[in-house]
Design a binder for this molecule. Structure first.
Ligand code: PMP
Length: 448
């Protein structure tokens, strides 16, 4: 057999070779079936090989696949910008700048925020504040904003120290307080951070409405984002919502932030925007931000060769159209409630389940060695890896996540199947997950 020269995320690990997908299933080259319980990286929201999306892709490719963004605009790109503005459904218009990945979307959001203040003659307002236990992407600007210790550590000399405040992590409150008595101390920490850095230096605050990979789905309590937005407004700094994972229906609302009564100034989208059918992502900016730029330098100082690619834009339009026609956001809410309840029922029999949290079809499970004291497993046990691999052997795909006090010593997974999952398939997912827990728990008891 010839050696594969493909560089993989971890060269020692085994990666099956996927050859096809159908609905919520993937198949490898041995014919083995996998239930895509995580939509890949919380991306394949419609499942695989949906005929309507393939058709839209085919139709667009017969007309026009590529134009360069500074030479032409295109019908699909313009319509997609229109559609996203309609979905945001705010009192002001949101303009779209298209890129190719979530990292590029947050990196562009950062640049838009800095440029906005430059256009207003405030060049010193160029720092972004973010939270610890967060992930905004892998490129240097996006990683600078990410409070993800593991992903930062190799590149620390290149990074800005943007993570400044704690995550709204009620299961392990960083201040040992309890909601609602805490009076959202974690949100008011933003005010302290702004004062420390100096309001004249802060351009924006960025947050994931619900923290994904870095925290195993952390859902801030009621009132949190209202308070964050109030602080941003009072100090006149922009609020960026990183909706790369939460956006386009994943949490049972079109945007994650819709669970709170707040609109961000800039929104980063990716993943579910094209449900994995073609790479496309976006940074959306509201009228206030965009008019300063339009009246100043005229355009955003950013862009990529594949920005606003017509082929990818047509796919994203078809994905959103499919979600709307089939009322999938409502379905996510209903299926999410059913799935959450079934997972919560497992908690009684499997004490390694410390906490289950989430909204819609974005559910995180944090594992603990000691349920009462919430003590995480010894890192040497690499529990997350064991769970993900055991599940995969059984034909269930789960998404590994970080958790724990600093987002480094805990174990978590994300369960986020395609929106199209049926009731029977939810049952199968839960059965395969329970079998996984049974095996893992037995392995842990053997090792004690
Ligand atoms: N922001 C968030 C919230 C994400 O979850 C991710 C990806 N996990 C990114 C940004 C980066 O997106 P990408 O991997 O497409 O660059």
């Amino acid at each position: 057999m010839t050696r594969s020269l493909l560089i993989k995320p971890n060269m020692d690990d085994f990666y099956p070779k996927a050859v096809r997908g159908s609905g919520i299933y993937l198949f490898d080259d041995s014919g083995k079936q996998y239930l895509d319980g995580s939509s890949g990286a919380v991306t394949a929201s419609l499942g695989h090989t949906v005929p309507e999306i393939i058709e839209a892709m085919h139709e667009q490719s017969k007309k026009l696949s590529f134009v360069y963004r500074s030479q032409f605009t295109s019908d699909p790109a313009e319509k997609l910008a229109e559609k996203l503005n309609q979905l945001v459904n705010a009192e002001t218009d949101y303009w779209s700048f298209f890129v190719n990945s979530g990292s590029e979307a947050t990196e562009t959001a950062l640049k838009i925020a800095i440029q906005y203040w430059q256009e207003r003659g405030q060049d010193k307002k160029n720092k972004i504040l973010s939270r610890w236990i967060s992930y905004h992407g892998i490129t240097i600007g996006a990683l600078s904003m990410s409070g993800h210790v593991k992903r930062r550590e190799r590149f620390v000399p290149l990074l800005e120290n943007y993570p400044s405040i704690s995550a709204p992590y009620c299961y392990r409150c960083p201040f040992n307080l309890e909601y609602p008595d805490c009076q959202l101390f974690c949100a008011s920490e933003l005010e302290t951070a702004i004062q420390r850095v100096g309001v004249d230096h802060v351009a924006a605050f960025i947050a994931e409405p619900m923290i994904g990979a870095a925290g195993g789905v952390i859902v801030p309590p009621k009132g949190y984002y209202e308070q964050i937005k109030e602080i941003c407004d009072r100090y006149d700094i922009l609020f960026i919502a990183d909706e790369v994972m939460t956006g386009i229906g994943r949490t049972g609302k079109m945007f994650g932030l819709d669970h709170w009564n707040v609109k961000a100034d800039i929104i980063a989208l990716g993943k579910g925007m094209s449900a994995g059918y073609s790479p496309i992502a976006a940074a959306l900016a509201n009228e206030k931000v965009m008019m300063s730029i339009v009246d100043g330098s005229k355009s955003i100082m950013s862009g990529h060769t594949y920005s606003a690619n017509p082929q990818s834009a047509a796919v994203a339009l078809a994905v959103i159209d499919y979600i709307e026609k089939n009322q999938l956001v409502d379905r996510v809410k209903e299926s999410g409630t059913v799935l959450f309840q079934k997972l919560a029922n497992l908690k009684n029999n499997y004490p390694i389940i410390g906490n289950i949290r989430g909204k819609g079809l974005m559910i995180g499970i944090e594992f603990v060695a000691d349920l009462k004291k919430k003590i995480p497993f010894n890192k040497a046990k690499t529990l997350t890896k064991l769970i993900v691999e055991t599940a995969r052997n059984k034909g269930l795909l789960l998404y590994p996540a970080s958790a724990g006090k600093d987002g480094i010593d805990g174990d978590a997974i994300i369960i986020s199947p395609p929106f199209t999952i049926t009731k029977e398939e939810i049952d199968l997912l839960v059965t395969l997950f329970e079998e996984t827990l049974r095996d893992v728990q037995a392995r842990l008891e053997e090792n004690i």
